[in-house]
Design a protein around this ligand. Structure first.
Ligand SMILES: [Zn+2]
Length: 451
């Protein structure tokens, strides 16, 4: 996510198991009912038990924004009970031994509220777009070290999803005048029926659009597509160009983009300028409008530089976005500096980082870039400290160990943790291994960043 900073701009991988991650077969049916839409869903979630378990835990991440109801749960043997764990999480009792396969079918229903709903507005109905992030139950990841499910608090700011990558096969039934744009590859299989398939997706998200137009380009074997309302052709074309360039640059720096396509969609958002999903970027439509009026704001290229970087730091290397949001956000922000430099905007970006870090510290003086999301109540100082401060931390590392060695450490981190969940400790140990004492010094200084 790239936050909107008001007042400034107008090696313990949890999934390091010998067997493959879970798989999701989703059947989703969407109907408009006045101002809101109804969703009827069936999710068949299969996998291997990560430990000896008495139950499986699932979460509706959007459950705090909209009512989700589990209609039924079953496996091959028959019906299963469901019990609530917290407002968004439920358990399905199922005794399993470590490594044992399971397949649970969950039928559920939800109401999609009018925009913005809660959070960034990524589960809501707007005029020509329906946003459907986390429109299904996600199996919680198992934390090997704590020997428990990764069950973080749900907060109303920041990114919430902590998930293992999975293979997805999805059928979406929707009114035929709407089009599906999703993580994974879309294929229209009938009037109002779209199939989506994706491998190694950290989560599945999609939007329904109408009265939109798209432009696309092939680059390094990847199809990059930009979707926007017809009136925003100029900004939509620029978004496409920026994504193509960032994708190819980060590919050279860290290793190839791993999915066959990348979709970028202009959508209404609140409290975020952009939001990342694997192979899908949702970008704030108001920035497209402002771009078209020639306002030339720094934030427009920043959105794409940042969200494309998340295709490496989030989509490929996952982390606990609630407990350690810096792990992907500081890295994505630092990485965005390379694209911004290519576009001649590095000086401005650097000044922005310094200004917003100071501002963040003045708003939340006891927080550091390494703190969990809950140390930033209502998001106070979050963007400035974790994103901008986190990027400045990486710049200090660059100074201490040299850019080449830092990039080599990050490539090593990507190789070791691709398709897994990494921790801050994993990342820091790789940096120390590559950079030695100089890096240890920078980490010590920054851990005590608060005066
Ligand atoms: Zn982000």
């Amino acid at each position: 996510m790239l936050p909107v900073l008001l007042g400034i701009l107008l090696s313990l991988a949890v999934s390091a198991l010998s067997w493959a991650g879970p798989s999701y077969r989703l059947e989703l049916e969407l109907h408009p009912v006045d101002a809101l839409w109804e969703l009827e869903g069936k999710a068949i979630i299969a996998g291997h038990a990560p430990a000896d378990l008495g139950a499986l835990l699932f979460r509706f991440y959007q459950g705090y924004n909209a009512p989700f109801t589990v209609v039924s749960a079953r496996d091959d043997e028959g019906e299963l009970p469901v019990y609530p764990v917290d407002a968004t999480t439920f358990g399905v009792p199922l005794p399993l031994s470590r490594g044992q396969t399971f397949s649970v079918t969950l039928e559920y229903a939800a109401e999609i509220p009018p925009f913005p709903g809660g959070g960034y507005g990524t589960f809501s109905v707007a005029e020509d777009v329906v946003l459907l992030a986390q429109a299904y139950p996600l199996l919680l990841p198992w934390d090997e070290e704590r020997e428990s499910w990764t069950l973080e608090p749900i907060l109303s700011w920041g990114d919430q999803v902590v998930a293992e990558v999975a293979d997805y096969s999805v059928t979406v039934k929707h009114p035929p005048t709407w089009q599906v744009v999703a993580t994974g590859e879309e294929r229209i299989s009938g009037s109002g029926i779209t199939e989506v398939r994706g491998r190694n997706l950290r989560e599945f998200a999609f939007v329904l659009i109408k009265n939109y137009t798209g432009t696309s380009r092939m680059a390094d074997g990847v199809e990059i597509r930009s979707w926007h309302p017809r009136g925003l052709r100029g900004a939509g074309g620029k978004a496409l160009e920026l994504c193509v360039e960032a994708l190819s640059l980060y590919g050279e720096l860290f290793g190839e983009y791993p999915f066959p396509e990348l979709d970028v969609v202009a959508v209404p958002l609140v409290r975020a300028a952009g939001v990342e999903f694997p192979g899908l970027i949702l970008a704030g439509i108001e920035y497209y409008r402002r771009y078209q009026t020639g306002e030339g704001e720094l934030i427009f290229p920043m959105i794409f530089a940042h969200e494309v970087a998340h295709q490496w730091w989030y989509a490929q290397v996952g982390s606990d976005q609630v407990r350690e949001p810096w792990v992907d956000e500081a890295l994505a922000t630092y990485t965005s500096g390379f694209a911004m430099a290519n576009w001649g905007l590095y000086g401005e970006l650097r000044a922005y980082w310094e200004r917003t870090y100071e501002l963040g510290r003045s708003r939340n003086p006891s927080a550091t870039p390494f703190d969990p999301l809950w140390r930033f109540p209502e998001g106070k100082g979050y963007g400035g400290i974790v994103y901008s401060g986190g990027a400045l931390f990486f710049l200090e590392l660059e100074k201490a160990m040299g850019r080449e060695r830092l990039l080599s450490a990050l490539t090593g981190y990507l190789t070791e943790f691709r398709w897994k969940l990494a921790t801050g400790k994993d990342l820091l140990s790789i940096l120390v291994e590559e950079g030695g004492e100089a890096v240890e010094g920078v980490i010590r200084d920054w851990r005590r960043a608060v005066p």
